[in-house]
Design a binder for this molecule. Structure first.
Ligand code: ZN
Length: 119
């Protein structure tokens, strides 16, 4: 995830996290159609193919990640407004050249932080 978002900064980058039992096994990069430093819109064809790949491999969609190359570390009002799936939203934010990942559950117009564990 970090290699992907770092290679595309200062534009936002995005993708999907797939796995089983809350454990991510695959990171699927998806093109940010909006090519913007402050916004992401997943390319719909790539997103569809990624969903098919997840199904074909009997995995579940566990998360959606995107970067905030210029911050903040938390979800934006746009992220809340556009959250369409019941999955963890992972934000990768950059500060002083270092990327940091935080997870959020977005629901009812608000959000709460989810602990991410790297195994
Ligand atoms: Zn965002």
């Amino acid at each position: 995830m970090i290699a992907h978002v770092d290679s595309l900064a200062p534009l936002e980058a995005c993708g999907l996290l797939a796995g089983r039992n809350s454990k991510v096994e695959s990171v699927l990069e998806v093109t940010n159609q909006s090519q913007s430093p402050v916004r992401y819109v997943m390319d719909p064809i790539e997103q569809l193919h990624a969903f098919e790949w997840i199904d074909d491999n009997e995995l579940e969609l566990l998360g959606i990640f995107h970067s905030h190359p210029a911050g903040p570390e938390t979800v934006s009002p746009t992220d809340i407004a556009e959250a369409a799936y019941d999955v963890v939203y992972v934000i990768l934010a950059r500060a002083n050249g270092m990327w940091r990942a935080r997870g959020f559950w977005i629901e009812d117009g608000g959000y709460s932080e989810v602990t991410l564990q790297i195994l």
